[in-house]
Design a protein around this ligand. Structure first.
Ligand code: 4DH
Length: 156
């Protein structure tokens, strides 16, 4: 029995009609790939763009940054600091970009935390896993990688 084509599609998909056959097909609006089967999950974006704020600590893979040559804060202090930044951003007290440029321990701080477009397999696994779960414009909860603690904003 054909699925109800009136029901809303999962995020990132569009319904199209084949000009040659008149049959309905489905287009992934991110990758522009199409399929005959009605999708039941949001379209895989393939690549996304994110900005992030990183707070490093003494046990970080590289406990040094443009801000601080030798980072000595504890993991607990780093997480508390990141949570305070997230609170300011969520309350709209300070823009994400301003916090990133001033406080992020990643060299992407100079670009407001922007990491550019990336696909799966490019970033540390915990970061990738959280980033690809985010909806457009969503801000993550704190995420731990070998580099330290991050909050991630999906921008594309
Ligand atoms: C992954 N990446 N992209 C940039 C970057 C991107 C655009 C412009 C300038 C720098 C910096 C980095 C990077 O690994 N930076 C590290 C810190 C870091 N570790 C990460 C792990 C996951 C995602 C981003 C991360 N950034 C550093 O500066 O010590």
């Amino acid at each position: 029995m054909s699925k109800d084509n009136e029901a809303p599609l999962p995020e990132g998909w569009e319904m199209r009609t084949s000009r040659s056959t008149g049959m309905t097909y489905f287009l992934n609006t991110y990758t522009k790939k199409s399929q005959w089967e009605r999708p039941e999950a949001p379209a895989d974006p393939g690549e996304i763009r994110c900005s992030h704020i990183l707070v490093k600590h003494a046990e970080s893979r590289r406990p040094s940054s443009w801000r601080e040559e030798n980072i000595t804060r504890s993991k607990e202090e780093a997480l508390d600091l990141l949570k305070s930044y997230r609170k300011q951003i969520v309350a709209n007290d300070v823009p994400f970009v301003d916090i990133a440029m001033k406080y992020s321990d990643c060299s992407s701080a100079k670009r407001g935390g922007d990491l550019g477009m990336f696909g799966r397999g490019q970033m540390q696994q915990p970061f990738e896993e959280e980033a690809f779960k985010l909806k457009l414009g969503q801000l993550s909860k704190p995420v731990q990688t070998d580099s330290g603690y991050h909050i991630i904003l999906r921008t594309v």
